[in-house]
Design a protein around this ligand. Structure first.
Ligand SMILES: Cc1cc2nc3c(=O)[nH]c(=O)nc-3n(C[C@H](O)[C@H](O)[C@H](O)COP(=O)(O)OP(=O)(O)OC[C@H]3O[C@@H](n4cnc5c(N)ncnc54)[C@H](O)[C@@H]3O)c2cc1C
Length: 427
């Protein structure tokens, strides 16, 4: 965590206002003793008064916050790191009485300002509770059928999936980055890519759609009118409150969740980059190598379209118990390092485009696609096979820090005469 915070602080200094405020803090002598840009409440040099009456047993400090894409940068926001769910409850009850807001903080990968308002200063009555340091326990129960995993909200998805893999268990689909927290993923109905392939049955303990579909009970911090206090409350899947928690967009505090899980599977992931876009994205019911045909066959596909090119990077995942002869076996996630690290040539064109040379945009799309194809070729990554975690996690925090939005198709009916569907924003 320290590295993350140091990086955030360093990057933060690049902005003009950030530099000004950082210098102000440095001028006040704060940086001589705090290596991670963390200013404890009560320090005489802190720019704001500490939250009055904050539970004395828990340190609260001013901390830089920067979201992953760098669009939300806060010089100093009050932050605490609860060690237990009981500490979360203690802080929430103090906040209710003191007129403060509490927000659960995960890895800060959200693009939208649902964690913290971009205008937040150290005078704002909000406190982030960073869940990643201590709220990370997990346990697996294989005595029930299907098995379940109970995990605290600050656990990273890659740790959760590794624990499941070690127990022979897995999920059908997860978000592509492993550095997200479980709490952050459940908050926004995080998902991977998977719908039932034609003729395929869902395996016991597995499901399609968002991760929240796996939720059995979850433990949240909730108001108890009988005691007039916030308390930990376990909410089951069939409880009326459950529907407003999946997703809740950060307007609740989930301490722990129990999810159904199933037997782990081996996946094959094939990359294709030679199908013309006109064929891949042909109108519905066209013949040929269409996106729909891959989806029907595998249920798991993703296409990345590079502007001003004629083809796309298509990934197709299929369940494959045995290793196909042509596939390369992998034993770890993140098997596309060329997409996790920016090629200097791309960075150079990108910088030129951003600084006003818009006419280079076509060259940028073409260069990006060329780098992907070269990376797939040099890394022999066209056709990979391994445990599901190693194929489902493929984005690292070092990937190009762009802002994106996602949409999910919520299928409300599937009939022999066609699909009835609605789309809603997802990320
Ligand atoms: C490069 C990149 C790729 C991505 N790919 C995918 C993808 O493939 N699929 C997908 O679904 N999403 C994807 N996302 C989006 C990501 O899943 C969400 O932004 C997610 O909310 C981030 O989790 P986090 O741990 O960083 O949470 P944060 O950004 O820290 O918080 C996000 C929200 O979750 C809330 N929250 C966090 N923990 C808790 C908790 N314990 N209780 C209550 N609320 C909580 C916060 O209060 C906040 O409102 C991607 C994001 C990035 C940057």
């Amino acid at each position: 965590m320290a590295t993350d915070i140091q990086t955030a602080a360093a990057a933060h200094m690049d902005t003009t206002s950030g530099r000004r405020n950082f210098l102000r803090l440095a001028g006040a002598g704060l940086l001589t003793w705090t290596p991670v840009h963390r200013v404890l409440a009560g320090d005489p040099a802190a720019p704001c008064s500490p939250p009055p009456g904050f539970p004395g047993s828990i340190p609260v400090f001013l901390q830089v916050f920067k979201n992953w894409s760098g669009e939300i940068v806060l010089d100093a926001v009050w932050t605490a790191v609860p060690k237990t769910p009981q500490e979360v409850v203690l802080i929430v009850n103090w906040a209710a009485a003191a007129g403060y807001r509490i927000r659960a903080r995960g890895s800060g990968h959200s693009w939208v300002p649902i964690l913290v308002d971009p205008g937040t200063t150290c005078d704002t009555k909000v406190i982030l509770l960073d869940t990643r340091a201590y709220l990370t326990a997990m346990s697996i129960d294989t005595t029930v059928s299907p098995p379940t995993v109970t995990a605290q909200c600050g656990i990273l998805m890659e740790t959760l999936l590794e624990g499941l893999e070690n127990a022979g268990l897995g999920m059908t689909a997860t978000p592509a980055p492993g550095a997200l927290t479980l709490g952050g993923v459940l908050a926004i109905a995080g998902h991977g890519t998977a719908v039932p392939a034609v003729g395929k049955q869902v395996l016991p303990g597995h499901t399609f759609g968002s991760l929240a579909n796996l939720m059995v009970p979850m433990t949240v911090v909730a108001w108890n009118p009988a005691t007039s206090r916030y308390e930990l409350r376990r909410i089951g899947r069939s409880d009326p409150e459950a529907s407003s928690l999946c997703p809740h967009l950060g307007r609740s505090f989930v301490v722990e969740a129990t999810l159904r899980v199933g037997a782990n599977v081996r996946l094959r992931c094939q990359s294709l980059a030679d199908i013309p876009n006109s064929e891949l994205f042909a109108p519905a019911f066209s013949s040929g190598r269409t996106f729909a045909s891959f989806l029907d066959a595998s249920g798991r596909t993703e296409a990345i379209v590079f502007p001003f090119t004629d083809e796309s990077w298509l990934k197709v995942w299929t369940v494959s118990a045995e290793k196909p002869r042509e596939s390369k076996e992998v034993g770890d996630p993140y098997n596309y390092p060329f997409s996790d690290n920016i090629d200097p040539a791309i960075a150079s064109i990108l910088g030129t485009v951003i600084s006003g040379s818009g006419f280079l945009t076509p060259a940028l799309g073409q260069a990006q696609f060329a780098v992907i194809k070269a990376g797939l070729f040099l890394g022999n990554s066209w056709d990979l096979w391994g445990w599901s975690r190693d194929l489902m996690l493929y984005i690292q925090p070092t990937t190009l820090r762009v802002t994106s939005s996602g949409f999910v198709v919520h299928v409300v009916g599937l009939m022999s005469n066609g699909w009835s569907a609605s789309t809603t924003p997802s990320w």
